[in-house]
Ligand binder design. Structure first.
Ligand SMILES: NC(=O)c1ccc[n+]([C@@H]2O[C@H](COP(=O)([O-])OP(=O)(O)OC[C@H]3O[C@@H](n4cnc5c(N)ncnc54)[C@H](O)[C@@H]3O)[C@@H](O)[C@H]2O)c1
Length: 341
């Protein structure tokens, strides 16, 4: 029998259970170690998932039985950790963003290009049923040419969200605010659907928590894509509710409107539901009903391991991770330019 692929997860915070639960359910994969700089968190996670605990990720470099490492750490640690792990021949699946700033991401991409090991970035919303359906409409040109598209993310993050995890809200550790942390998924989808970005103009502000965070909690932008396609984007963490992300794509022959995970098509004045989220499994494998926006971690993680097994390139690698960081950096630049006028 073939040896299972050995996995480890670094960072046992909020997103950790999604990774650990997904790994646990994969055939031929064994979670061998969890790492957290807070030893009590690592030990608690290790007890729950029946594996070893460590407090320093460098331990993983010596472990020949661990081939894949998930990074679920604060943003400023992604690039450095991924670089060391890739150099040791480990495949790395990092939570978004690829890095906390553009230069670190570019250096990491160069490292990944010279490595035999794979680098993947978690943009799980590309695996949502509605996202797949939108891609199908684009690829088959069923609705004709895409004219314009928009993405709107209105969520609520209160003061405690930032003060409880002090790496958030700081340029040096989070690398930005709502753009790099929450709305990055929607920016990724806009560029995945809209095509090559020609330019982005917009502005960023700290509308609600300017006295708590250094970074932005609100942003808007107008995006020009190749082929004349135009994008509109708005995001804020200053709303008082976490409402479903909205996406709209206007084609020559109809309009697609996604709210949460449901996708509607309006054509000739008639609206029809074209896609609902599939029933999803919770961590124990039970059917829990419809999934909500952003619940496709399991699908992405399974796909990453399939590519490791077959030795084929995982689609959401460093190049894809870099694209959203370029968009964000350009948006900041455009906002600064506007302010200095
Ligand atoms: N894909 C998504 O939808 C999604 C959702 C939430 C978070 N995330 C991402 O997951 C990552 C982690 O976010 P979170 O919300 O779980 O943060 P968190 O603060 O809850 O957890 C981070 C963990 O990393 C640990 N850590 C810090 N420094 C470390 C080090 N040097 N070595 C090992 N462990 C260390 C902390 O002790 C903490 O347990 C971020 O990149 C975030 O953007 C992604």
């Amino acid at each position: 029998m073939q040896e299972p692929i050995g996995a480890a997860i670094v960072g046992c915070g909020a997103i950790f259970p999604l990774h650990a639960g997904a790994v646990q359910q994969l055939d031929g994969v064994k979670l061998k170690m969890v790492v957290d700089s807070d030893p009590s968190k690592a030990e608690q996670a290790a007890a729950e998932y029946a594996c070893e605990a460590a407090s320093d990720y460098l331990t993983l470099l010596e472990r020949d039985d661990i081939q894949v490492v998930h990074l679920c750490t604060p943003h400023h640690l992604h690039a450095e950790m991924a670089t060391q792990l890739l150099r040791a021949g480990k495949h790395v699946l990092t939570e978004k963003p690829l890095a906390h700033h553009l230069k670190a991401a570019e250096d990491l991409l160069a490292e990944a290009r010279s490595s035999e090991a794979q680098l993947g970035v978690v943009f799980q919303n590309r695996y949502n049923a509605a996202s797949r359906k939108i891609r199908e409409f684009l690829d088959t040109k069923m609705l004709g040419k895409l004219i314009c598209l928009k993405g709107i993310v209105t969520w609520h993050r209160d003061e405690a969200y930032y003060t409880d995890s002090p790496w958030r809200g700081r340029w040096s550790t989070e690398g930005g605010g709502v753009l790099i942390n929450q709305a990055i998924h929607t920016l990724d989808l806009l560029q995945w659907f809209g095509g090559e970005v020609v330019s982005i103009q917009g502005s960023v502000t700290a509308d609600a928590l300017g006295d708590v965070i250094e970074v932005e909690d609100t942003a808007h932008a107008s995006i020009r894509f190749a082929d004349g396609v135009r994008g509109l984007f708005y995001t804020t963490n200053a709303y008082l509710a976490n409402t479903p992300v909205e996406l709209e794509l206007v084609f020559e022959g109809g309009t697609l409107h996604q709210r949460g995970d449901c996708l509607y098509l309006t054509r000739d004045g008639q609206e029809s539901l074209v896609c609902e989220p599939p029933a999803s499994l919770d961590e124990t494998g039970r059917i829990t009903g419809k999934s909500y926006w952003g619940s496709s971690h399991r699908l992405l993680i399974a796909d990453f391991y399939d590519h490791i097994r077959t030795g084929t390139r995982f689609a959401i690698g460093g190049e894809e991770g870099l694209k959203t960081l370029r968009l964000i950096a350009e948006l900041y630049r455009s906002s600064r330019t506007r302010d200095s006028r």
